[in-house]
Design a protein around this ligand. Structure first.
Ligand SMILES: Nc1ncnc2c1ncn2[C@@H]1O[C@H](COP(=O)(O)OP(=O)(O)OP(=O)(O)O)[C@@H](O)[C@H]1O
Ligand SMILES: [Mg+2]
Length: 506
């Protein structure tokens, strides 16, 4: 039986400890949940195991033998495969080449495409990824890219498979397909490590649980059956005061009602986007949170893109806050007071190579420049640090580059930057993707407060629980058409799923 044992792992970055004393023991034939808040050190631990990052101290044993991988390729040779949190793909290469990075199958000196395809096809089919392997990865959706990343790991037939938030970009159907695959791997005696903030999903699957807090292991491989959800959450959060933004703090964060746009409304009237939206009429006003639900390709996120100036309708009218008409481009939308908070933070949410404060300031300066006001850098830095502490963003300082933040903390920065811009309308596309349980509650409180104080809030989410919990009204799209509207208190996950899948409710 193969076992992976990690003891006393430590890693600091310029005086900031990402890992202090982390232990993890994983057995074959078992699914092991690795849990912890944003910034707890989960991804760092995984990077240390896979050889992507060199630890300061600590040991790794595989089947009793000491191991220190110097690269992910070397780890893969020893049967340890990792699906990393932030996708690690070559956008300019096709799907097939991405599945065999540095390890193309060869026949003599040539790459053996038929053999590569033969091996890849069943894996792609199992994952339900229905794309031509010749397509460029950069042209795929985020969810499809995530599946390519998973396929890349599965194709190596690993003995130890480590998945860092593999489902956060996936819809429910793809996610449950992945969970089924993990069940099969468990039967085949593979050791699986699974990181996720969707606790329900982890708990239905896993056999053992390890919890990291502040870089230390606080629960070390405890059997799932011995723990309940409150115990797990308590281990993640630890004893601390003032966890979560308080209601009055939240109210302060959200801009006061402004008289600038007496006519705050977002409206589509008979809007067409060829191949995506047909005859869509809808409106959203402050005071309520409006959800837009649908399966991938239903057009629900296209609605947000239309409002954000990213997609031009071929017919119909679009009304932005203050009665402004549709204009081409995100910048114009921002100047009209519209903010798009995307879950795809690495692609459109953040300037990764810029410091945190500049990211937070970025939209604010654009927004303010509509009034012709120039803002002093120190004011922007101060505003950024306020948001950092209120949203509990775990960062060494506001000067840290965004690509050095943990995944969930990057997501909080995306939200902070849009809140700082004090928009008239917040368009949210999976805003809590990868955010931990505490952060999620804070963000939900902020969105409720925003809706109460004169902001239009429009929410797309793959997380049905988020939709049922937050929304006053949910519009369901099916194949580009509006097929149902649910009102609180009659919004439940079952009805939503039915409408999303069939285009009707009975
Ligand atoms: N290269 C780096 N330079 C500086 N700090 C880093 C670097 N990589 C990680 N950190 C810091 O180490 C801490 C742990 O980050 P890590 O990514 O391991 O967290 P995580 O548990 O995976 O969180 P999440 O749930 O948000 O993904 C964070 O505070 C992060 O900012
Ligand atoms: Mg992480």
């Amino acid at each position: 039986m193969s076992t992976l044992t990690i003891r006393g792992m430590g890693k600091s970055y310029g005086g900031v400890a990402a890992l202090r004393e982390a232990d993890l023991t994983v057995h074959s034939g078992s699914v092991h949940a690795l849990l912890g808040e944003n910034g707890a050190g989960k991804s760092t631990l995984i990077k240390v195991v896979s050889g992507a990052v060199a630890p300061d101290h600590g040991t790794i044993h595989l089947d009793g033998r000491p191991m220190a991988f110097s690269s992910t390729a070397q780890a893969a040779q020893h049967g340890v495969a990792v699906v990393s949190q932030e996708l690690n793909l070559f956008p300019d290469l096709d799907v097939l080449s991405n599945l065999y990075p540095m390890r193309e199958l060869k026949r003599g000196p040539f790459r053996d495409r038929p053999a590569m395809l033969a091996k890849a096809e069943p894996v792609l089919a199992q994952l339900g990824l229905d794309v031509d392997p010749r397509r460029l990865v950069g042209d795929l959706s985020l969810a499809q890219q995530q599946l390519v990343e998973i396929a890349k790991a599965l194709i190596t037939d690993p003995r130890v498979l480590i998945l860092d938030e593999p489902t956060s970009a996936l819809e429910q159907a793809s996610a449950s397909r992945l969970l089924d695959i993990l069940r099969v791997l468990r039967e085949r005696e593979v050791a699986v490590v699974f990181v996720s903030h969707i606790l329900e999903e982890v708990l239905t699957l896993c056999d053992e649980i390890t919890v990291l807090r502040d870089g230390r292991t606080v629960l070390d491989g405890v059997p799932r059956a011995d723990l309940d959800l409150p115990q797990i959450v308590a281990a993640m959060l630890g004893p601390r005061e003032g966890n979560g933004a308080k209601a009055d703090e939240v109210a302060e964060l959200v801009p006061p009602p402004s008289a600038a746009d007496p006519d705050r409304v977002l409206e589509l009237d008979g809007v067409e986007v060829p191949g995506r939206l047909h005859d869509i009429t809808l409106s959203a006003r402050p005071g309520e949170i409006v959800g837009i639900a649908g399966l991938f390709g239903s057009g629900h996120t296209t609605v947000l893109e239309v409002f954000a100036g990213l997609r031009r309708p071929s017919a119909g009218t679009v009304t932005l806050p203050g009665g402004r008409p549709w204009q081409n481009g995100l910048k114009r939308a921002i100047q009209a007071g519209v903010a798009l908070v995307s879950g795809d933070r690495r692609r459109i949410g953040l300037m990764l190579d810029k410091p945190l404060w500049e990211n937070v300031a970025q939209v604010r300066s654009v927004a303010l420049s509509r009034d012709g006001v120039l803002v002093h850098k120190n004011v922007l830095r101060r505003r950024a640090s306020e948001l950092v502490s209120r949203l509990h963003i775990r960062a060494a300082s506001v000067d840290i580059r965004c690509d050095l933040l943990s995944g969930g903390n990057q997501q909080k920065v995306v939200l902070a930057k849009w809140l700082a811009a004090q928009p008239s309308a917040l368009l949210l596309d999976d805003p809590t993707r990868g955010v931990d349980i505490g952060g999620k509650a804070e963000i939900h409180a902020l969105l409720r407060a925003a809706a109460r104080t004169d902001t239009i809030v429009l929410l797309c989410s793959t997380d049905l629980e988020e939709l049922t919990e937050l929304c006053d009204r949910v519009l369901v799209l099916h194949r580009g058409r509006l097929c149902a509207t649910l009102h609180r208190p009659d919004i439940d996950q079952h009805t939503l799923l039915q409408a999303m899948n069939t285009g009707a409710i009975d």
